[in-house]
Write a protein that binds this ligand. Sequence first.
Ligand code: CA
Length: 230
Amino acid sequence: MPAQIIDANLLIKTMRLLVVEDEPDLLAGLAVALRREGYAVDTAPDGEEGLYKALNTEYDAIILDVMLPHVDGWEILRRIRSSRSTPVLMLTARDRSADRVRGLDAGADDYLTKPFDTPELLARLRSLIRRSRHHPQALLEIGAVSINLAARTVTRASEPVTLTAREYVVLEFLALHRGEVVTRTALYDHLFDENESTLSNILDVHIFNLRKKLGQDFILTRRGHGYIIE
Ligand code: CA
């Protein structure tokens, strides 16, 4: 039996995204669909706010409309690329190959023409985030622990491990940054969006439970710095 992800209906966050889109219905719909998938979602209804957020917050991916008031998507992409490698999925109403080429040349990681199906957007987003982490395959294997990023299941020595949804997202984030020290601040930044207040101490509980389930040495503490999976 596969491992069960329990309490999946709580506000569980795995990756923090920014959606820049000036059509209110589309923006709201995307935010709902993405949050339902477990992403933390910040939104911007115009180019100016989108640019400000994109440059001042470390997002795991940005969904960026091309035609925007104040500052258009091309300019935002150009400014993001001058300082950040955040994966960007561009949205446009125009199905013109010239735009597609322009977008990819300008450093967009993928490109979707409106109208699009939400499942396709979600699939491309998952692929984009995996590629940006240099893990194109959906399976992460670390010692005896195997994490299936697509199914969000975990095994240890081939035995299913039952994690709560929050434990899973903490594990996934650390695993995707394997070999790097991840600060508590970074974990909070990626697990909570702008509409939530952070919960102190809860992270310690998740780390404690993950160690109990995956082995005491699986996640190491770097005093004063954060956590690391080696
Ligand atoms: Ca638009």
